[in-house]
Design a protein around this ligand. Structure first.
Ligand code: SAH
Ligand code: SF4
Ligand code: F3S
Length: 439
């Protein structure tokens, strides 16, 4: 049997696309290879959100070139967001003669035909955008968690971001189709569903029919579902009514990922985010009031063009006030074709790095304190499986999405009670509680 190996970079959207690529390939007689060296077909699913993501892909291509020299019949393909940027697909085909085919997020549903064609000649198959969301087979990585795409594309055009240019216009999937996909996943053993979109709160904006809150309610009611999550939310579109609605949905987990990006109103405006620091903090406060114990996580960019020490201090001030459970922090990375990349007042790299270090150090302390406050309490976790480092130690997640490791074993996807006993910045340690005997 022919074997494929997929390498995925970037966000959950790409992870899900890779699960779909694997689904398509397996429907057409391919089997998965355990590693690169054993594969007859290697596909890179690329990301271009920051320069670092691109560098990783280019580094991998160096390794693939050597593999192809040793094994000339190996097929190599590149897909994903990076190929969708202006002329990048064409450029890659010229620059990397050992690559057999190039495709993008809008043509991945034709992956099987593309692979077949590439056996007789090199293929470049890209499309500008697409206005439907084809239902594709999915080979899930997890036995108990399923990612379900609810809306494709993004039309927010945050001034630093490349995503709208590579993922195209927003197209919401019909409610009925989403609910039936969730039902199918549950019938095959799924316990947790994560609804995905670059801005889930924009769901239904294009169709004018059902909005995100209605969709959530319908999915929340699917029998057999234990946990429901969604990402990513946009603070501008996250209404207080949505917080109220969520607080009444028993399966929606008490975790919200709410990227703030910056804490200065001047910078938020230049970023085209559409909210102020005050709006954001009000939303956080309302969430804390209506959803007790909720964890809030965020994304922050430091060194956006024109960011002064005062602007950065305002970001730090929000970090102090919002007390995020954790934060993804990034150095601003100019992306060609975005409005922010041509602004003249780019922040020197040294200053960006200094600010990032300061932010990370402070956020790490806040995350540690957040975890410390949980020690001694009981938490319900959904078991994921053995931890990466030690197969004697298992790992699971709380409803608030905090990772908990514990000695002993338990079935992936099962719900367990643990007593939290210790922590470090990013992980909680716990002990399984014996199920109480029936009285
Ligand atoms: N749709 C999501 C995720 C977008 S990409 C959202 O709106 O939040 C994930 C994160 O990458 C963003 O939240 C942002 O913090 C970061 N990011 C995007 N473009 C970037 C750039 N040019 N430089 C640095 N970080 C960037
Ligand atoms: Fe990028 Fe903004 Fe869209 Fe997120 S909402 S994907 S940051 S343009
Ligand atoms: Fe990267 Fe594309 Fe996601 S650019 S962050 S993989 S949508």
């Amino acid at each position: 049997m022919k074997r494929y190996y997929l390498l995925t970079y970037g966000c959950q959207m790409n992870e899900l696309d890779s699960e779909k690529m694997a689904g398509i390939l397996e429907e057409n007689g391919w089997d998965s290879a355990e590693n690169l060296e054993n594969a007859d077909l290697v596909i890179l699913n690329t990301c271009c959100v920051r320069a670092k993501a691109e560098d990783k892909v280019k580094g991998k291509l160096g390794q693939l070139k050597k593999l192809k020299l040793a094994k000339p019949r190996l097929l190599i393909g590149i897909g994903g967001c990076m190929m969708q940027q202006d002329n990048v697909g064409e450029k890659f085909l010229q620059q990397f003669p050992f690559v057999d085919f190039i495709f993008g997020p809008h043509t991945m549903d034709r992956l099987n035909e593309i692979v077949e064609k590439s056996c007789t000649g090199r293929v470049l198959e890209l499309e500008d955008d697409r206005f439907d969301v084809p239902r594709l087979p999915i080979k899930r990585e997890s036995s108990f968690r399923a990612w379900v795409s609810i809306i494709k594309g993004c039309e927010n055009f945050c001034s630093y971001c490349i995503v709208p240019y590579v993922r195209g216009k927003e197209v919401s999937r019909p409610l009925g189709e989403i609910v039936s996909e969730v039902e199918e996943h549950i019938a095959s053993g799924v316990k947790e569903v994560v609804l995905l979109g670059q801005n889930v709160n924009a769901y239904g904006r294009d169709t004018g029919k059902v909005d995100f809150s209605r969709l959530l309610k319908n999915v929340d009611e699917v029998p057999g579902l234990e946990r429901l999550r969604f990402m990513t939310s946009h603070p501008r579109d996250f209404s207080l009514e949505l917080v109220d609605a969520i607080s009444k949905m028993p399966r929606v987990c008490e975790h919200l990922h709410l990227p703030i990006q910056a804490g200065s109103n001047r910078i938020l405006k230049k970023m085209n985010r559409g909210y102020t620091r005050e709006d954001y903090l009000r939303l956080v406060e309302y969430i804390r009031e209506k959803i007790p114990g909720a964890s809030i996580t965020t994304d922050i960019i430091v060194g956006f063009p024109g960011e002064t020490e005062e602007d950065f201090a305002l970001t730090m001030d929000v970090v102090e006030k919002a007390r995020f459970a954790s934060a993804f922090t990034f150095l601003y990375s100019p992306r060609e074709g975005t409005p922010a990349a041509i602004l003249s007042d780019q922040v020197p790299r040294e200053i960006k790095k200094k600010r990032l270090n300061y932010l990370m150090e402070r956020q790490n302390k806040i995350s540690l304190n957040y975890n410390r406050a949980l020690i001694g309490t009981l938490a319900q976790i959904m078991v994921e499986g053995p931890s990466k480092k030690d197969s004697e130690i298992y790992m699971g997640r709380t409803r608030t999405n905090r990772p908990v490791v514990f000695p002993g074993q338990a079935t992936p996807g099962s719900l367990q009670d643990v007593r939290l006993t210790d922590c470090n910045t990013h992980t909680l340690y716990g002990e399984l509680q014996e199920a109480l005997p029936n009285e």
